[in-house]
Design a protein around this ligand. Sequence first.
Ligand SMILES: Nc1nc2c(ncn2[C@@H]2O[C@H](COP(=O)(O)OP(=O)(O)O)[C@@H](O)[C@H]2O)c(=O)[nH]1
Ligand SMILES: [Mg+2]
Length: 476
Amino acid sequence: MNEKNQPIIAISTAQGVGAVGVVRISGSSLKQYIRALFLRDLEPRVASLCTLREQDASPIDQLVAIYFQAPQSYTGEDVLELQGHGGPTLLSMIIERCLEIANQTDAMGRQVLAGLRMARPGEFSERAYLNSKLDLAQAEAVMDLINASTKRAAKGAIRSLQGDFSKEVNALKDMLVHLRMFVEASIDFPEEEIDFIKSEQVARQVSAIKLKLTEIIQKAEQGRVLTQGINVVIAGQPNAGKSSLMNVLSGEDIAIVTNIAGTTRDILRETISIEGVPFHVSDTAGLRSDQEQPLDEVEKIGIQRAWERIKDADVLIYLHDLSRMSDPDYLKQEDWIRGVIKDAQIQDLKILDVYNKTDVADPKLHGSWIQERALSISAKSGLGIEALKKTLLNLAGLQTTNSEGQYVARQRHLDALRRVQANVLTATQWIEHVAPQLELIAEELRLAQMSLGEITGEFSSEDLLGEIFAGFCIGK
Ligand SMILES: Nc1nc2c(ncn2[C@@H]2O[C@H](COP(=O)(O)OP(=O)(O)O)[C@@H](O)[C@H]2O)c(=O)[nH]1
Ligand SMILES: [Mg+2]
C-alpha cells in the first residue's frame, strides 16, 4: 500500500474546546472497520448515535457517526465522520482508540484497517481532487472560503468552489482547442493553408478568444485581491498621526497614540474591510534619520522594520503632518524620507500622500506643498477618511461595489493566464504573418491549453500539488 492509498484520520474541527468535535476518517473501504468500532453496520448518510468503547468495553464517548459510502463523499472514498464532544483531551482519546482498533487483527490475522495514519494538511481535499470530486481551482477555493476575511471574499470563494471560475477557464480552453483542431487539420493541406489561416472564421475565433481571456484576467485579478487582500503600510515621521489613522481605519483602539515621538516601535497589523475588500494595514514606527539626533537602539530597529514593511507593501500611505509644514527640521526629514523611498525603487509600490491634521491646519495654506491627487484628512475628527477609503479601493482596482458574479482566484492562476495571453499573442502574430507557420500556431495554442489545464489541475505536477495542499488545514 503506498502513502496515497492509506486510510487517513484527523480532527477536522478547530483546535481548542468546542461543543462538538469532528473526527474524520477516509479510506477505500471502511465497512469492516465501522463494524469493529461500533459492533454494528451504519446505514450510509444516516446519523447514528454510537458509543465508542475502550478495549475493556468502558465508554470513551457517545457520539454521532455518519458513514458516507464511496463515491458519494467529500473525498470520493469511504468516509466516516464522528461527531463527538469537543474537548481536546477527549478528541485525542478518540483518535487514539480509532488507531488502536484499526490495528486489531481479525480471525484471519488481517488488520481491520491496515495503514490508518494521521492525515497531512489538506489531504482530504487532495483526495477529493485526485478522485475528481473537485478540480484544483475548486479545491483551492475550499481553503479560500475557510480563510476568507470579509463577506465579499467568502462569497467569491463559494462561487469558485461551486465551479464558476473553472467553468470560465474551461470555456476558454474549449475555444482554444477548437481553433487548434482547425489549424492542425489544415496542416495536411499545404496548398490551402494560407487561405485558411487568413479566413474570416479564424479571425473571428481569435478575437473571441482574446476577448474572453481579457475578461477572465480582469476578474481573476479582482478575485486575487479578494483572497489575498492589499498590503497597506502607513508610514511617515513620528507624531504625524499614523497610529491615530490606524485606529480610525480599523474602528478600534489598537494602536497606542501619544504625542511622544517614537511611541510605536513594533509593527501593528490589522485587516480591515472596505466594501468587502480586505486591506491588511500596518502601522509602523515613525521614520527619521539619525543625522540630527541619535536614535536609541529600539527605535532604530523599529525604523528598520518599517522600511522592510514598506518594501513588501502594495500601497504606502505616506502621512504628512500639516501642523508642522513651516518647521524647517520637519521639512528636512521629509526630504530625507522621500529620498530613501526614491532610492529604494520599490517596484509596483503605489504611494499615496496623505496630509493629516486638517482640523488644526488649513491645507489651503500649504497648497504648494500638497501635490495633486493627495488627500487631506483629520485622523482626529474623521474628516476625509471616507475619501481615503474610496481611494484605497480604487488603487486596489475594485471600484465597484457590485460583486455580482465575482469569484476568487490566486496568483498562481493569474500567472497561468498571463502565460496563456503570451501564447495567444504569439499565435496571433503568426496568423498575421505574411508566411504563417501553422505548426507554430498550433504549438502556441497547445501551450496555452496546457497552462489553462494547470489552473484546474488537469495537468499538474506532484510538486505543485504538494505546495498547494500544504497550505491547507489539517482535517480538511
Ligand atoms: N489635531 C490633531 N491631532 C492629531 C491628529 N492625528 C493625530 N493627532 C495627534 O498627534 C499626536 C501623535 O499621534 P500618533 O497617532 O501617536 O502619531 P504617530 O507617531 O504617527 O503614530 C497625538 O497627540 C495625536 O492625538 C489630527 O488629525 N488632528
Ligand atoms: Mg505611532
